[in-house]
Design a protein around this ligand. Structure first.
Ligand code: PBG
Length: 324
């Protein structure tokens, strides 16, 4: 049987029917909201390329977290801007580092909100790379120890989950071993498993002040043309003990999300990164696209591709629309 007996348009004839057969729906539960925390008091500095996102001192971060929690968003991910940067990124693993202090403040004011931390050195190092530098190269094995220290210090401060984003080999195992050794056996690891060397991170580097001072990240982040390699990265991270695996960026990598979803049974997260966010904001500001509708279409497409969790700067706006 075919046309004229079969008419797919019958199930599109009105909004109620469309709702009944809708295959993918978004919920605030799907979102993780990124926050940039900085030293000082009463600081709330808008990131020019990311309208509606700010570098905030802890007092404002706590207020923002209360709002996020009220909107029904279950989690935030924290990025820190240190007081000063050095070769080894010391503030990343200092007990009184900016992220560690923010975790304690959030957990004492909004205890139910899940606090995830980004585990990486690039915001804290003077050279802006994600690891230790020796003779102009990012050293893998020497970096593992510092990342593990950073993860443990976040857990000690009260973080609910850690998310390594550095792309060093073996870091998930190193972090798992250190967390367990310190009694943090219940802290999950969300691994940035397939993280690409992407130009879509541009605005984030303004937000986190983490632009590499020489070279680029292509010797550790993945080469954008590769997809089989992403499956290998994910398999390795799972073997090393990852609890959630992430693909980053999201929109130009929907095929990667899909392939990982098909092959593995762990929850899959996708990072709808800064450049993806800024393009929508810019297009909407120019009056060229309907920002809200494009935002919802993009987020839905990421979920439809197979993501269970979406890290997104749109989280508050999207949750507000969904709660209407
Ligand atoms: C740190 C890190 C980056 C992002 C998340 N964690 C930047 C980078 O790798 O250069 C990017 C997030 C975004 O663009 O929204 N390694």
């Amino acid at each position: 049987m075919g046309f004229p007996d079969i008419r797919p348009r019958r199930l599109r004839s009105n909004e109620m029917i469309r709702r009944m057969v809708r295959e993918t729906t978004l919920s605030p539960d799907d979102f993780i909201y990124p926050l940039f925390v900085t030293h000082g008091k009463d600081v709330r500095k808008e990131i020019s390329s990311m309208p509606g996102n700010f570098q905030q001192s802890i007092d404002h971060i706590v207020k923002d977290c209360e709002e996020v929690h009220k909107l029904g968003i279950p989690a935030v991910i924290l990025f820190g801007i240190p007081e000063k940067k050095d070769e080894l990124g010391c503030e990343a693993y200092a007990d009184d580092g900016i992220v560690q202090r923010a975790i304690r403040a959030i957990k004492s004011n909004v205890p139910d909100l899940v606090v995830i931390t980004d585990v990486c050195l690039c915001e804290y190092t003077s050279h802006g790379h994600c690891g230790v530098i020796e003779h102009g190269h990012v050293k893998n094995d020497a970096t593992l120890e510092l990342l593990a220290k950073e993860a443990v210090s976040h857990a000690k401060a009260g973080a609910d989950m850690v998310a390594p984003s550095d792309m060093m080999d073996g870091r998930v195992a190193a972090i798992r071993k250190s967390l367990d050794g310190e009694g943090h056996t219940n802290i999950p690891i969300m691994a940035y498993a397939a993280k690409y060397a992407s130009s879509f991170y541009g605005p984030f580097r303004e937000a986190a002040e983490s632009t590499p001072q020489f070279g680029d990240r292509r010797s550790y982040q993945m080469d954008p043309p590769n997809s089989r390699e992403a499956l290998r990265e994910v398999a390795l991270d799972i073997q090393e003990g990852a609890d959630i695996v992430m693909v980053k960026p999201a929109l130009s990598y929907l095929d990667i999300i899909y392939r990982i979803r098909e092959r593995f049974d762990l929850p899959v997260a996708a990072y709808n990164v800064s450049g993806e966010f800024s393009m929508i904001k810019a297009g909407a500001k120019m009056g060229w696209i309907d920002g809200e509708r494009v935002m919802m279409e993009v987020l839905t497409s990421i979920k439809r591709a197979g993501a269970d969790l979406i890290l997104t700067y749109h989280a508050k706006e999207a949750a507000t629309l969904l709660n209407k």
